[in-house]
Design a protein around this ligand. Structure first.
Ligand SMILES: [Zn+2]
Length: 214
């Protein structure tokens, strides 16, 4: 799998620090299961964070301590998912999709577009969902009320940033407007975490938004 788009380093650091809300952490965990480069990045971030916490402010690194620290980086175990999952479901999603993607109950969300909310913990903030866009169909142009993380599980879509295929992640904040169009062919299925309702530009879509539940 060739992955071209990764989370922002700030998002990975928040994941390492355990400060991401559950929907975002699930998306990042799923990306990590698919992306060795980010697994390495998180491993390093974890170790650097731990090392910084353990340093006294006035402590100077002794000769050789940097070498020992770097060798610890090389020895560290990668983040490995442990859950069992259905075929086609990345391990970190096993608990959220116990019966697999084929058993998901999709809700109509516009022509060629469907969503399925995934249950999260009762006190989790934000929303975790699957988004399915038929080949060649558009997701209405929108901006975000907060951060949006989108991980492509199947198929591909194109927007002004490029073509996003399986394993790629789009990490957008509230300043980004974009209009993804699924590439022709198979459905594009994405795992999405949002912390607020999407904001659509079209008045018609805004009017219909409550009906579609998006
Ligand atoms: Zn990555």
């Amino acid at each position: 799998m060739t992955i071209s788009f990764h989370p922002d380093i700030a998002t990975l650091m928040s994941f390492s620090a355990g400060t991401l809300d559950e929907p975002y952490a699930v998306v990042i965990s799923t990306h990590l299961a698919m992306c060795e480069a980010c697994r390495e990045q998180v491993k390093r971030t974890n170790l650097i964070g731990g090392a910084l916490l353990s340093l006294e402010p006035a402590t100077e690194m002794s000769a050789g301590s940097l070498d020992r620290f770097m060798s610890r980086l090389d020895d560290a175990e990668p983040v490995q998912p442990k859950q069992q999952s259905k075929p086609g479901v990345p391990a970190p999603l096993a608990a959220y999709l116990p019966d697999g993607i084929d058993a998901v109950h999709w809700k109509f969300s516009g022509p060629g577009v469907a969503i399925a909310d995934l249950p999260t913990s009762r006190n989790a903030s934000g929303r975790l969902m699957l988004l399915r866009v038929a080949g060649g169909r558009k997701v209405p142009e929108h901006s975000h009320g907060g951060q949006e993380l989108t991980l492509i599980l199947k198929g591909a879509y194109r927007d002004r940033f490029g073509v996003f295929a399986a394993g790629d992640i789009a990490d957008h904040d509230e300043d980004v407007e974009h209009q993804p169009i699924a590439e022709p062919g198979e459905d594009c299925i994405c795992l999405v975490a949002v912390d607020a309702k999407l904001s659509f530009r079209s008045r018609l879509v805004r009017t219909l938004q409550p009906l579609f539940g998006i």
